[in-house]
Design a protein around this ligand. Structure first.
Ligand SMILES: Nc1nc2c(ncn2[C@@H]2O[C@H](COP(=O)(O)OP(=O)(O)OP(=O)(O)O)[C@@H](O)[C@H]2O)c(=O)[nH]1
Ligand SMILES: [Mg+2]
Length: 201
């Protein structure tokens, strides 16, 4: 897969391209978020959930779900003129883990979507980005009818570092998605500055 440059140096034609991953557990709303914010028609790789998959596809809590991502989602948004974000949505199910390393190459950071009905499902994403030193923001997707938890409670439950932003969102709302992406880019830039300072001392 061709990698997308995700440093903050503009290309010769003046556009800075940043690669962002949208991760999180099965059914947390990754495909929905990429589709909501993308300014191009998003690429999706959705397949029907089938009776055969029932023993391995745990749809408890998302019983209305009919399809699942089997490779990736792809979208693009210009946060401002000259700053393009390329969004790569990961597949949520364990059996597609093998594509994650490839997808993560060259990424500036990640959004980790969390569903508080199945919070533990986002642990593997959190571990993945922590282990690789990839900055991430946790976005709690507030599905209707579910209990709303304060961001600090979610941070404690996930045992996150206090520097990791935790935000509430509705993955279907474009404005929420944009806000998350802005926070992520700011967080990644702050993380990089802190690392550079530490290296200089
Ligand atoms: N009510 C509500 N439904 C949502 C929201 N976000 C996603 N959904 C629905 O929840 C289901 C799961 O969303 P997806 O975007 O497919 O989730 P996903 O994380 O891409 O799922 P996988 O690729 O299978 O891991 C879909 O039926 C969406 O329409 C939300 O914020 N509120
Ligand atoms: Mg999906």
């Amino acid at each position: 897969m061709a990698s997308v440059r995700s440093d903050l140096t503009p290309s010769p034609w003046g556009v800075t391209a940043i690669k962002i991953l949208v991760a999180g557990g099965f059914g947390a709303g990754k495909t929905t978020l990429v589709g909501a914010v993308s300014e191009i028609r998003p690429l999706r790789t959705e397949e029907q959930l089938s009776e055969l998959g029932r023993p391995v596809d745990d749809i408890a809590g998302v019983e209305g779900k009919r399809t699942t991502t089997v490779a990736m989602d792809f979208g693009r948004i210009d946060l401002r003129p000259g700053l393009a974000l390329y969004l790569f949505g990961t597949p949520g199910q364990d059996r597609f883990w093998f594509v994650w390393d490839e997808l993560a190459q060259g990424s500036l950071g990640a959004l980790v979507l969390a569903d508080t009905r199945r919070l533990a499902d986002c642990f593997p994403s959190v571990d993945f980005f922590e282990q690789r030193g990839i900055p991430f923001v946790v976005a709690v997707n507030c599905f209707e009818g579910t209990e709303v938890f304060a961001p600090d409670d979610v941070r404690a439950a996930l045992d996150l570092d206090r520097t990791v932003p935790v935000l509430l969102c509705d993955a279907r709302r474009r404005e929420d998605g944009k806000e998350l992406l802005i926070r992520l880019v700011e967080h990644a830039a702050a993380t990089r500055r802190a690392a550079n300072r530490a290296a200089a001392n």
